[in-house]
Design a protein around this ligand. Structure first.
Ligand SMILES: Cc1cc2nc3c(=O)[nH]c(=O)nc-3n(C[C@H](O)[C@H](O)[C@H](O)COP(=O)(O)OP(=O)(O)OC[C@H]3O[C@@H](n4cnc5c(N)ncnc54)[C@H](O)[C@@H]3O)c2cc1C
Length: 472
């Protein structure tokens, strides 16, 4: 907010935006952030999402410069019967659906990061991405509970749970949060933690963006200076054999090992490094919190299968930021998956027959992440996603460069899910990219509690989350 203009000025001026002849020059000038109407320069960039299939058309876009401007946006929306959808990167934009009558509140400008190495805490703005924290923390011998891509916002990832490479040893990111700065849908800025408004604090940790616009969050960092991590690459013709061996092996590893079994078809495009371009593999990706010697011992049964490439080595925490090889660039795709109560050899055989070698599947990636360990333990003080509701989680992706390929890819994702249905044990909010009943993402008692918190903080349903918990 510029020193000469107050929040109420912004509100008064912003009334004009919805008037018959909106004069957007005044409210635009009144905020330090940005306010965009359809057709304004920068509109298309500001409404863009990671998944290029999604074509967001909100009524307005506001990029607030601080929490006070976030509150002004919420008050404005409340007065005008509009809704507010907070968003950073659009990594999970598809379930939002139509944004008619909705202000898209982009948190991009709230990107401050403070690391307190002594207290092992990070305090970050809602616009910060993991790429803003992981390298800086790593340089201090610290690690955060980030996931497979540096490109998502820490806020969005953590509000939905936060399933990362240290998960089996250290749990979900939402359960490492120590405090949250949030502007409630009633436009009240608050700091919430285990002692101050514990119920709201509980709901925000795993219940998604249903309870307020988060402007900053504080979370624990862990003293980790090196991990044993890497990928084993095998010819994809060996998918069934390798995934069987991986599944057997996951039943033997300690919590310090978090791993992924994966069928991966690299696209024949220049963005893919030459040695991988256009080729297909079955992979085992893994991170071990321990010494090289102990890590190498653990990997022995899988190494004995004879991978064609093996990148396992000791690396600092920053060295695993891109281990999963997620595309750093927006792309058109469809993704889907499910949490699995368990895995069986039969399910693996059926999955490989459905989307593995010889199936004709165009899915570029089918991953199964190993859960369990700390992800399965309900600790006192955990948030709404107290534990992951299964032992494995599957997620598949197919590219959709043109509209015709969207239906086709959806069909292949159904083909992928079919053999696993009998093992399904729910949905994980962050990995749910289709509109899905959020009741399927939480145990019944937690869901009832989330509904009660939502009804108390947002009785008018101003806030629009991608996975919306209904108000009534
Ligand atoms: C390539 C890729 C890799 C991924 N890897 C992982 C992974 O390893 N582990 C994992 O757990 N997830 C992972 N995800 C899922 C990711 O965590 C979710 O998509 C998450 O929602 C991204 O947050 P975002 O803010 O960047 O996305 P956005 O689409 O911008 O936001 C998603 C939703 O989060 C809420 N939200 C975001 N910011 C705020 C805020 N400040 N206040 C209130 N609500 C807010 C809103 O409801 C919003 O609709 C991955 C996704 C992709 C596409």
């Amino acid at each position: 907010m510029s020193s000469s203009v107050s929040i109420s000025d912004v509100e008064l001026l912003s009334d004009l935006v919805l008037g018959t002849g909106p004069d957007v020059a005044a409210p635009r000038a009144a905020i330090r952030g940005a306010l965009l109407e359809p057709g304004d320069p920068g509109w298309d960039e500001a409404r863009g999402t990671y998944n290029l299939v999604v074509d967001q058309q909100p009524a307005l876009i506001v990029v607030p410069a601080d929490a006070a401007e976030v509150a002004a946006v919420l008050r404005f929306a409340g007065r005008h019967g509009m809704r507010v959808a907070p968003q950073r990167t659009g990594h999970n934009a598809e379930p939002l659906g139509s944004l008619a009558g909705t202000v898209l509140l982009r948190t991009d400008a709230l990107r401050h990061v403070q690391i307190d190495a002594e207290r092992r805490r990070a305090l970050v703005g809602a616009g910060a991405k993991w790429e803003d924290v992981v390298p800086a923390a790593s340089a201090l011998g610290l690690a955060a509970l980030h996931g497979s891509t540096p490109d998502v916002s820490i806020a969005g990832y953590t509000l939905g749970g936060g399933l990362g490479w240290y998960g089996r040893a250290l749990g979900l990111a939402c359960n490492s949060v120590t405090g949250i700065q949030v502007v409630t849908p009633g436009a009240e800025p608050r700091w919430v933690d285990a002692d101050v408004e514990p119920e709201l604090f509980w709901a925000l940790r795993g219940g998604g963006g249903n309870f307020g616009v988060v402007t900053a969050l504080e979370f624990r960092l862990f003293p980790i200076s090196e991990v044993y991590a890497g990928i084993l690459f095998f010819p994809w013709e060996r998918s069934a054999e390798v995934l069987h061996a991986w599944e057997d092996w996951t039943r033997t590893v300690p919590d310090e090992m978090t791993s992924v079994g994966r069928i991966r078809q690299f696209q024949p495009i220049p963005a893919v490094p030459e040695p991988l371009r256009g080729k297909a593999f079955v992979l085992v990706e893994g991170i071990f919190l321990g010494t090289e010697e102990a890590g190498a011992r653990l990997m022995e049964p899988l190494r004995a299968l004879g991978p064609v490439a093996d990148t396992f080595a000791m690396v600092p925490p920053v060295g695993i930021a891109e281990l999963h090889m997620d595309s750093p660039l927006p792309m058109p795709y469809q993704g889907d998956g499910m949490v699995l109560a368990d895995l069986t050899g039969e399910a693996i055989d059926d999955l490989v027959a459905a989307v593995g070698p010889g199936s004709g599947s165009p899915l570029v990636s089918v991953t199964i992440r190993h859960l369990g360990g700390e992800l399965d333990r309900v600790r006192r003080g955990n948030g709404a996603l107290a534990r992951m509701p299964g032992s494995y989680i599957m997620f598949g992706i197919g590219m959709t460069p043109d509209p015709a390929s969207i239906e086709l890819t959806r069909g292949w994702l159904e083909t992928m899910k079919r053999p696993m249905r009998a093992l399904a044990s729910g949905h994980y909010l962050n990995f749910t990219e289709k509109r899905t009943d959020p009741a399927e993402m939480f145990p019944a008692d937690a869901y009832a509690r989330l509904r009660a918190v939502r009804a108390s903080v947002d009785p008018r349903g101003i806030l629009r989350a991608n996975h919306e918990i209904p108000v009534d």
